[in-house]
Design a binder for this molecule. Sequence first.
Ligand SMILES: Nc1nc(=O)c2c([nH]1)NC[C@@H]1CN(c3ccc(C(=O)N[C@@H](CCC(=O)O)C(=O)O)cc3)C=[N+]21
Length: 284
Amino acid sequence: MAAEIIYGNKIAEKIREHIKMDVKRLHNQGITPGLAVIIVGDNPASKTYVRMKQRASEKVGILSRVIEMSKETTQEQLVQKVVELNEDPTIHGILVQLPLPKQIDEKVIIETISPDKDVDGFHPSNIGRLLTNQECFVPCTPLGILQLVKETGITIAGKHVVVVGRSNIVGKPVGQLFLNENATVTYCHSATKDLYQHTKQADILIVAVGKPNFIEGDGVKDGAVVIDVGNTYLENGKVFGDVHFNQIKEIASYITPVPKGVGPMTITMLLQNTIKGAEKTIRS
Ligand SMILES: Nc1nc(=O)c2c([nH]1)NC[C@@H]1CN(c3ccc(C(=O)N[C@@H](CCC(=O)O)C(=O)O)cc3)C=[N+]21
């Protein structure tokens, strides 16, 4: 049976309507949520993402400030910029677009961002809080994936979630998030032996490796929910996911497309986290 396609862009649109109302409520309290996005260097994909984030922010009434820094920026200069934004009361969310140029240590920069403004959820303090199931900023892509799966109406508790990929920004936190939802979680990665033996066990298969068509039809169980986190730009300018969509759509119960799947949810969760950052200033 053919799978139902989960259109992340449609779900994202619905959530953004709620976000607009949250922003209005904050405006009425005299607060304009502010997001700072720092981009270092001129990676074309990064520029595209930053533009999408900026446009999405403006549409819902979040003030976005994009800070462009040259590819020669030193670590010290970037740290200084982040410290400045940490202290800026008009900024409620800080995102440093990754990857960073070689001369800059990402870990140092991420640890400089105030955990209270860390809308990416990459600071070790937020990661530790996610691990211990405490209130925190959850990384945007994992949070978006959870919302997409919840939108299908399936129960997550007790399901076997198999995550392919173990990056700090997607693989690891998404597994943790589903573990917190009482799923049984398996992580697969580059050293995993007999990958398909594992992926075929998945009720929910999440693929985040950045390799087009990495998982084909024979790696998927009948009726599985398949979430494709890939976003690889090929020379022709087209964007590709990590799973063989045409094969798997005949096997899965639900599948996310690329584009219009996980990507728009990532950006929507960034907006949601920025509002959460702005709300923190009310309570304190
Ligand atoms: N500090 C940091 N935080 C991030 O969240 C972050 C980052 N660095 N570095 C790069 C990755 C990638 N990322 C995407 C966001 C949206 C789409 C997205 O919306 N993609 C569209 C396709 C776009 C197109 O059609 O060109 C879609 O899937 O429909 C993709 C990828 C955020 N990232």
